[in-house]
Ligand binder design. Structure first.
Ligand SMILES: Cc1cc2nc3c(=O)[nH]c(=O)nc-3n(C[C@H](O)[C@H](O)[C@H](O)COP(=O)(O)OP(=O)(O)OC[C@H]3O[C@@H](n4cnc5c(N)ncnc54)[C@H](O)[C@@H]3O)c2cc1C
Length: 336
């Protein structure tokens, strides 16, 4: 079986989920070709080989410096003999490109897959549906079988330094209707989808009536001020653990923290090794984004909160009292 794996990167820094996709394709015994598109991307192509790709199709062209689904898809569609399957990470770019490729190659897409196996020459994939309550098995009747793989659902393969292989150059299709005008960084910190540990805050982070906001704030501003104190505690724990910060939709809707932190059905889907939910009730839409985490911990003052149903460890109590103690304990344990 021949599988192409799209190596998603931003300005030459590959997403770890790209290497997970290479590993998933190799685990099927397939002949794996990395797809590397961009400008000045030879180092990424070499990395793809080191992470296990047998060869690479590389389109290195200034016209591909910025990701645009239409030119990337048409370049890939013309890159060579179409393989049995194309794997992409379930990143924002990966999803967009998968859809565009499906149009260009007249095939179907299996999205956000968490496991993949072979039945004859057909891929049988598993993906969570109904907010993760049911795992559905699916196949794609057409070729290539286009699959996006959920981040951190597959192990990252070991890098073999210096491993080489053929890097075949492919002409770029540059006929684009869109152009990228520029980028602005939304914030620093650890990316949610790649994070091994996530500490998240919900509406409960604003609930500390004993905190006295500065004089002159109206009710809404006082609520946000309180939430900022709560999120500071969430952030302190995240920084000791080297974790990313997540949030519930209630927290982002209320303006406590930017939307980019939202976890859930309409936010980011994450699968970290450890997810700590602070002041989050555990609505079905939130669980949809984090229930596949390996270990869930919940801190909530309501012992009946649904979040405890998916938590391996639960602490019932006020997060404003608990978080500083937990952070201090981790600091000591980790020698920080
Ligand atoms: C179409 C649709 C899509 C949605 N998508 C998403 C999504 O992607 N992500 C998402 O999160 N939600 C989503 N929602 C919203 C979801 O239904 C919930 O409203 C939301 O998750 C609730 O957020 P919360 O748990 O922070 O708030 P709440 O439900 O209000 O819970 C707050 C929790 O904090 C606890 N608490 C309060 N004070 C403290 C304290 N001092 N210490 C400890 N605990 C405390 C409370 O006991 C409570 O359990 C969606 C809803 C719809 C309809």
């Amino acid at each position: 079986m021949n599988i192409w794996v799209y190596i998603d990167h931003f300005k030459g820094t590959a997403l770890p989920t790209s290497w997970e996709a290479v590993g998933a394709a190799k685990s099927l015994g397939a002949n794996v070709t990395g797809l590397v598109l961009g400008a000045g991307v030879e180092p990424v192509a070499k990395q793809a080989l080191e992470f296990g790709a047998d060869s690479v199709l590389m389109s290195d062209d200034p016209a591909l410096a910025d990701f645009r689904a239409e030119v990337f898809a048409s370049t890939i569609a013309a890159a060579g003999e179409i393989p049995d399957a194309i794997f992409l990470p379930t990143s924002t770019r990966g999803r967009e490109l998968a859809a565009m490729l499906a149009i260009d190659l007249n095939s179907g897409v299996l999205v956000d897959v968490t496991s993949v196996e072979l039945s004859g020459d057909k891929l049988v994939v598993t993906r969570p549906i109904y907010s993760g309550k049911i795992l559905q098995k699916e196949t794609c009747a057409s070729k290539p079988q286009i699959v996006t793989l959920r981040g951190r659902a597959f192990p990252k393969p070991q890098l073999t330094a210096g491993k080489s292989g053929e890097i075949k150059k492919v002409a770029a299709k540059t006929d684009a209707l869109t152009s990228v005008e520029g980028y602005s960084a939304s914030e620093g910190g650890v990316s949610l989808t790649d994070a091994g540990v996530i500490v998240s805050g919900g509406r409960g982070v604003s609930n500390n009536p004993s905190l006295q906001p500065p004089a002159g704030l109206d009710e809404k501003a006082a609520e946000i001020w309180r939430a900022q104190q709560g999120f500071k505690l969430v952030g302190d724990l995240a920084s000791v653990l080297g974790a990313a910060m997540g949030a519930s939709r209630a927290a982002v809707d209320a303006g406590y923290i930017p939307y980019s932190h939202q976890v859930g059905q309409t936010g980011k889907v994450v699968s970290p090794d450890l997810y700590i939910a602070c002041g989050i009730s555990g609505a079905i839409q939130h669980l949809a984004g984090m229930r596949t985490s390996k270990v869930n911990v919940a801190i909530n003052k309501d012992a009946d909160a649904p979040i405890f149903k998916v938590a391996r460890y639960g602490i019932v109590g006020d997060l404003f009292a608990i978080l500083p103690e937990v952070t201090e304990a981790f600091k000591k344990k980790l020698g920080k």
